[in-house]
Design a binder for this molecule. Structure first.
Ligand code: GUN
Length: 295
């Protein structure tokens, strides 16, 4: 069997077109333009690329955006006062602080300073808590993108054995929470594996749907999955450079070998990555509608 390749690129394009329509309607009917502020501290090249594509996508969709690129030496108080200003700015519906932050800044202090209504990343404890009780306003972008990939490519989660590898606050914990909700596109039996897991392969081999976000190139090999598995690879690992100086990327799973065994699999790049940005835009539109009392 050769797997169906789940194209995040194509599905993200579909969602972008739906959002374009929604944004045009907001403008026409209500004269409202959604606004997103991105905040980047430091010069990490990968983060610069992510934030750059977030601003570019805003522009192409008709979302107003403000970009704050701050030096690595920025202190916590300065960052908190920028967030305070953005919290109060009616043009701004969503605030995104790119992670990771430099070590001298306390990440939790910063995430907790964002007004939960403008927390389009869904990382504020209020939004994490709402997700946990099944009443989310904003789902974190990468996990939300994964759920959309599954739904839109016809993968049934109801009753499925889902195994998640990696327990980060950004991906592992929220996707586990999303997929165990008693809802459409969820209702799975979820196992969350991590660095403390004994005999990882005994879990991954049971998975109907395997979601991997552990940050190690090709850590999941073909002998660790069963025939007919659906694999969602969240990893983005830079394993070298082309002659032209472009990064060579690979995921956390051995794509070439596993695609011969799987029913469906996401590629890297072009799988989960494009979904994260489009779900951020979707959350920004939702924040705008919530602020205007339209939902
Ligand atoms: N760094 C890696 N992923 C993310 C994300 O989804 N949001 C933010 N703010 N930072 C990240």
């Amino acid at each position: 069997m050769t797997a169906q390749i789940i194209s995040g690129k194509d599905i993200a394009k579909q969602i972008r077109e739906e959002l374009e329509q929604e944004i045009a309607e907001l403008k026409e009917k209500h004269n409202i333009v959604p606004g997103l502020a991105t905040v980047l501290v430091g010069e990490d090249p990968a983060s610069q690329v992510y934030v750059g594509s977030k601003s570019k996508t805003c522009q192409s969709l008709g979302i107003y955006s403000e970009r704050y690129d701050l030096p690595d030496t920025t202190d916590e108080q300065t960052l908190l006062s920028i967030i305070d200003r953005l919290n109060k700015d009616p043009k701004i519906n969503g605030i995104l602080v790119q992670l990771p932050l430099p070590k001298h800044i306390n990440e939790n202090n910063v995430l907790m300073a964002i007004d939960p209504k403008k927390d389009v990343d869904g990382f504020h404890p209020v939004n994490m808590g709402k997700l946990m009780i099944g009443e989310p306003d904003y789902l974190p972008c990468t996990p939300h993108g994964i759920q959309e990939l599954l739904i839109r490519s016809g993968v049934k989660t109801d009753g499925a054995d889902v195994v998640v590898v990696g327990r980060s606050n950004i991906v592992g914990k929220p996707i586990a929470n999303i997929l165990l909700q008693k809802k459409e596109g969820a209702n799975a039996t979820v196992t969350l594996c991590h660095t403390g897991t004994r005999d990882m392969a005994s879990h991954t081999r049971r998975a109907d749907i395997l979601i991997v976000a552990l940050g190690k190139p090709k850590a999941i090999t073909a002998d660790m999955v069963k025939d007919g598995v659906v694999v969602i690879d969240v990893g983005v690992n830079r394993i070298g450079k082309t002659d032209e100086g472009k990064s060579i990327l690979c995921g956390d799973v051995d794509f070439e070998a596993i695609k011969e065994k799987a029913k469906a699999i996401t590629p890297v790049p072009g799988g989960v990555g494009p979904m994260t940005i489009v779900m951020l835009m979707s959350n920004t539109v939702k924040a705008t509608k919530l602020a205007a009392g339209l939902v």
